[in-house]
Ligand binder design. Structure first.
Ligand SMILES: Cc1ncc(COP(=O)(O)O)c(C=O)c1O
Length: 414
């Protein structure tokens, strides 16, 4: 037995991030074989056809035009007031719910997810997440002594599995009387699925039915990290208006991120946005998150907040920014369409893709498949239930041919 200096609750396996490790291998392959011969679909960031990270000009021109003091200064603990207005508009657009709403700035969507999990669960309780999920939900829960229960995301027909959702939701609520449910939609990571407006109605009907018991406290954490790349116009934001006039014991937290929509991944900015039909509940949320901000990272990135605020305030800048995002949204859709068509053509089974950065391929032996695909110079992330292909990082022509390569490897493993 080695010596442990770290306290028991902070002792974790000595693991490095698997995705970053795979990305480093892909880089090596590119150096050895040339970029035309390698498909690197590892990282969840927008990359152009030449493999360079896409950085929105409108965003970085704005950042670089800020006075140094505005980048250097501390922000307010809850975030600059004008940012807290701008972020709500950026998130809801024309679908702002009729409710009391308050936002708190966080370092990325991760900070908002962290606050929702820590501030709205008790020690030892479980949160509910679907079985295709972003792994930091588990990391964050583990860190705080919370557990994660999964519901099945899809039924055998490949549709949203509302009955699995209902079963797990009601089980946990019965036991805990308090439940944080995470829904990462639209443009789910890793599947690319977006709940339809009808599916949202079903989810909310289940929540409302269970809210009839006044002892129940229902918290919906909606992670919209990829919302700016969902749909064509703003139709994928329609569901926000369904959060109007909810029962008092249903509270919604939106985890909003500037990482993707503003390509500011490393600048760490986003917000937790609380929605309730009761003013007291959003005030409680605001002060709870403000305390958590102070205790964890003190305050957010001032320069990133200013970028969003300044673009929002200037109609000309806003127009150019939106055109730039839309250009990449179209690029992403073309790549995803190419992958989906390629999959159809060769008979590769994929999960239903609607929007966003990723497509997933269900399979039993994902680790083995990923290792075999590395030999073909195709780099995909292995998940528990399948493979994740990042269309955000791969040129359209490669997205077209990748499914056949994956199919061949999966067939050989059978
Ligand atoms: C599903 C999901 N949620 C949230 C985030 C939050 O990212 P950030 O903290 O950079 O905003 C990410 C980023 O990868 C994500 O994939």
């Amino acid at each position: 037995m080695g010596l442990n200096m770290v306290a028991a609750h902070a002792k974790w396996p000595e693991e490095n991030d698997a995705i970053f490790g795979l990305a480093a291998k892909a880089k090596q392959a590119i150096d050895t074989y040339g970029k035309d011969n390698v498909i690197d679909s590892t990282l969840g960031a927008l990359v152009d056809d030449d493999g360079n990270l896409i950085c929105l000009d409108t965003v970085f021109n704005e950042l670089k035009s800020l006075p140094n003091a505005q980048i250097a200064a501390y922000a307010q603990v809850a975030g600059q007031e004008d940012f807290l207005d701008a972020v709500q508009t950026a998130c809801f657009k024309e679908y702002r719910p009729e409710a009391y709403i308050k936002a708190v700035a966080t370092p990325g969507g991760t900070g908002a997810v962290r606050h929702a999990i820590w501030n709205y669960t008790n020690e030892g309780e479980s949160i509910l997440v679907c079985d295709w999920f972003w792994s930091p939900y588990v990391t964050i829960s583990e860190e705080f002594g919370r557990k994660v229960t999964n519901f099945e995301f899809f039924n055998e027909k490949g549709e949203f599995n509302i009955s699995s959702f209902k079963e797990k939701f009601e089980d946990l609520l019965k036991k805990q009387k308090r439940l944080v449910t995470v829904l990462n939609t639209p443009a789910n990571n890793p599947t690319g699925y977006s709940l339809s407006d009808e599916e949202w109605d079903e989810v909310l009907n289940i929540a409302k039915e269970n809210a009839k018991d006044p002892e129940n406290k229902i918290i919906l954490l909606v992670d919209v990290a990829y919302i700016d790349y969902a749909g064509v116009g703003s139709e994928r934001r329609k569901f926000f208006s369904k959060f109007s006039n909810l029962p008092e014991n249903i509270f919604v937290v939106i985890a909003y991120s500037m990482s993707k929509g503003y390509t500011m991944y490393g600048m760490r900015s986003g917000a937790a946005i609380g929605i309730s039909s009761k003013e007291e509940i959003v005030n409680e949320f605001y002060y709870s998150c403000m305390h958590a901000n102070r205790a964890n990272w003190s305050n957010g990135t001032r320069g990133a907040m200013s970028v969003m605020t300044n673009i929002a305030k200037d109609p000309a800048k806003k127009k150019v920014y939106e055109e730039e995002v839309n250009k990449y949204k179209t690029m992403l859709r073309n790549r995803a369409n190419a992958f989906v068509e390629g999959a159809k053509e060769c008979g590769l089974d994929i999960l239903p893709y609607r929007d966003g950065f990723f497509v997933s391929i269900p399979c039993d032996n994902a680790k083995e498949a990923s290792a075999e695909l590395i030999k073909e110079n195709l780099f995909v992330v292995a998940l528990k239930k399948g493979l994740r292909f990042a269309v955000c990082a791969v040129a359209e022509d490669k997205c077209r041919v990748a499914p056949a390569k994956i199919k061949k490897v999966l067939d050989n493993l059978k």
